[in-house]
Ligand binder design. Structure first.
Ligand code: NI
Length: 189
């Protein structure tokens, strides 16, 4: 099932998400649906708040970011109740976008390596390290479950320059090739 993607302006994107309890119903199906929704929108990551669920869950597939012949370095994975334990290395800039903020791409600076703890569907705990673009995707999605958007990392000047675009998106005045959900907009789409 493909979910509509919550657009910039919805309070769910600004809410710190809560841990998922062991008995959360049909979590496996939800994860499958999130991958389907992400691929449908040609994204490399999707966090649960982006489909209106304020829980600590995101999925990523960084393969499209890898160079030709190195696709196997990409990571496809669901992260349940993750915690970033450590970030290290030099900060580097990369143009980020977000399925909740279509048409906006800006350079965001983040550290190059992360150590993250998370759980799989069986409740097994993992502690893993990632770097480069896979770390970047995880950092972006992890921000989502903390109620943070990539635009929050921009300078005051950049923020001012994109403010009009963001307001338009929140009002539903946007072209995306996937279905979106707008806060406070009824009777459209
Ligand atoms: Ni995003």
């Amino acid at each position: 099932m493909i979910y509509p993607i919550v657009a910039y302006g919805d309070a769910v994107l600004r809410t710190k998400a809560t841990d998922i309890p062991q008995d959360y119903p049909e979590l496996g199906k939800l994860i499958e649906d999130m991958f389907e929704t992400m691929y449908h929108a040609h994204g490399v990551g999707l966090a649960a708040p982006q489909i209106g669920k304020s829980i600590r869950l995101f999925v990523i597939d960084s393969k499209p970011f890898m160079e030709e012949g190195e696709e196997e370095k990409g990571v496809k994975k669901a992260f349940i109740n993750p915690t970033i334990l450590e970030e290290s290395g030099e900060e580097w800039g990369f143009d980020e976008g977000c399925l909740s903020i279509p048409g906006v791409r800006e350079e965001v600076w983040r550290q190059e390596r992360i150590k993250i703890k998370y759980y799989d569907l069986d409740g097994k705990e993992y502690i893993e390290e990632y770097d480069d673009l896979t770390a970047r995707v995880i950092q972006h999605e992890y921000d989502h479950i903390e109620g943070i958007l990539f635009t929050d990392h921009l300078s005051a000047l950049k923020k001012r320059l994109i403010k009009g675009k963001l307001t338009k998106i929140s009002k539903g005045d946007v072209d995306a090739d996937y279905r979106m959900k707008f806060a406070g907009v009824t009777g459209r789409r």
